[in-house]
Design a protein around this ligand. Structure first.
Ligand SMILES: [Zn+2]
Length: 472
């Protein structure tokens, strides 16, 4: 009796479980409206992301690239990076792997780079953490020693007039912390680094110190390019760490005549030959129509440029590797280009657009990744009219956690292609940590997360493949 009851109970619970299963398996109203043929690329999204996340191939490529050390434009490290990436793409079996010559400017930091507060009645002699700005001339051998003058804008500088003469100008406007997008915050302060030296020189300054462009307060100086105005005398320029800038500013309030000594041995040398590196998966139907993916191969010299822009290069190569390994045969050519010399003026991008090889090629779209190897959060669909055509692909990015497709995209290296009618698209990673490391000694391999980096490569592979299949 007891046994029969148990059997009955088991039977009833089995029926309930089967019924529950059937109910759960019924299509929901929303799913019932969506047919698989409405989302033809979801299967490929699943395959490419599984493959990428399993292999973490982008990180392995980045590990190899950063193993050559910093890749400052025109340096032996940059030349080693060119050869390495050519070899990596050759070994992966890409088509048409080659280098394209570029002539680049060469600047060297030299062995001496120091600044110190001297003769302060409050703190005595204290060193400051600095680095020369890219392109800066050096100081005389004994350095420049002068009282400082702190300003936060060019307007403030000009208002000082003769008060600037024979001083070292200290530009100390911080990046705007209130902005959500850190690229906007960078833009709010970068004019001091780019044009500060010439603006100060016009008023008779001897040198400039510029607050590093980062939101962190630490002792790592951040370099970056300056531009000398041909109409102004050239004076030496260096970035000071944010902690140093805060210290100096506080000291100047108490001791306005305090002096700083700056010694730099950096210099500009004659231009040298270098190269862009190219590899591709040739299109099966329209090989002369090209979807370009890329980044810049050169870096600053204070670290290996893992985020800027080793990540962009690694993701471009990994995107092609994923497509090839998955056995996909794109109708149009998907090409990876690693540009030389983004940081010193973008000559690689200009040479690429002008190269003889471009005749007979049509670049439909270009996606340059140059915002760090962080988690991708948005996809750029180009100009508003192009975006209107591309936004139907938003669904492919949702499984990757990218819920935002918006107009926008581009980059220094692909900008010259716009004249040919190329759509400049983009993939934007989370920007909150980028300027912690950007152009500083902190831009090392360990600052990149393998899965975040790989999701960038997967997003790029999917975007490039759909564009190669569907066009714009
Ligand atoms: Zn960059």
């Amino acid at each position: 009796m007891a046994q029969r009851d148990t059997k009955r109970e088991i039977l009833i619970s089995s029926v309930i479980i089967i019924l529950a299963f059937m109910i759960l398996s019924l299509p929901t109203p929303a799913a019932a409206q969506e047919k698989p043929q409405d989302k033809p690329y979801l299967d490929i999204v699943g395959r490419l992301s599984a493959l990428g996340l399993q292999d973490e191939g982008a990180y392995e490529i980045l590990r190899k690239l950063t193993s050559v050390g910093p890749r400052l434009t025109g340096s032996p490290g940059a030349a080693a990076g060119v050869e390495l990436m050519r070899q990596v793409m050759q070994d992966l079996g890409f088509d048409n792997v080659h280098i394209e010559p570029v002539t680049v400017n060469r600047w060297v930091r030299g062995g001496t780079e120091k600044a110190r507060i001297i003769g302060s009645t409050i703190v005595g002699n204290i060193p400051l953490m600095i680095c020369a700005l890219g392109g800066s001339i050096g100081t005389p051998e004994l350095g420049v020693t002068a009282p400082m003058v702190e300003v936060r804008s060019f307007q403030e500088l000009r208002a000082l007039g003769e008060g600037v003469r024979n001083r070292i100008v200290f530009f100390n406007r911080p990046m705007d912390r209130k902005l959500i997008q850190t690229f906007g915050a960078y833009g709010s302060a970068a004019d001091q680094r780019v044009r500060g030296a010439s603006e100060a020189a016009k008023l008779g300054a001897l040198a400039v110190l510029v607050r590093s462009l980062t939101l962190r307060i630490d002792d790592f100086p951040h370099t970056g390019l300056l531009e000398y105005d041909p109409a102004a005398p050239k004076i030496p320029a260096a970035a000071v760490s944010t902690a140093g800038a805060e210290f100096l500013s506080a000291l100047l309030r108490k001791e306005p005549d305090v002096r700083v000594q700056l010694e730099l041995s950096c210099k500009n040398l004659a231009p040298v030959p270098s190269a862009n590196v190219v590899g591709e998966i040739r299109g099966s139907e329209r090989p002369d129509e090209i979807i370009l993916v890329g980044g810049h191969l050169d870096s600053w010299d204070l670290a290996v440029g893992a985020h800027d822009d080793g990540a962009g290069c690694a993701n471009a190569v990994e995107a092609l590797r994923l497509i090839k390994t998955a056995g996909l045969k794109p109708r149009r050519t998907i090409r990876a280009v690693m540009f030389m010399d983004e940081e010193f003026g973008g000559t690689g991008g200009r040479f690429y657009a002008m190269d003889e090889r471009r005749k007979g090629e049509k670049h439909l779209a270009a996606i340059e990744l140059d915002s760090g190897g962080f988690l991708p959060i948005a996809v750029g669909g180009g100009k508003p009219e192009v975006f209107e055509k591309l936004k139907k692909w938003e669904y492919v990015f949702k499984p990757l956690g990218i819920t935002m497709m918006r107009p926008g995209g581009g980059g220094v290296d692909v900008a010259p292609l716009a004249a040919q009618g190329t759509a400049l698209l983009g993939i934007s990673p989370d920007s909150q940590r980028y300027f912690d490391v950007h152009h500083s000694g902190l831009d090392i391999l360990e600052s990149v997360h393998p899965r975040e980096l790989e999701l960038g490569a997967i997003s790029l592979a999917i975007y490039a493949y759909i564009l190669a299949q569907e066009g714009i």
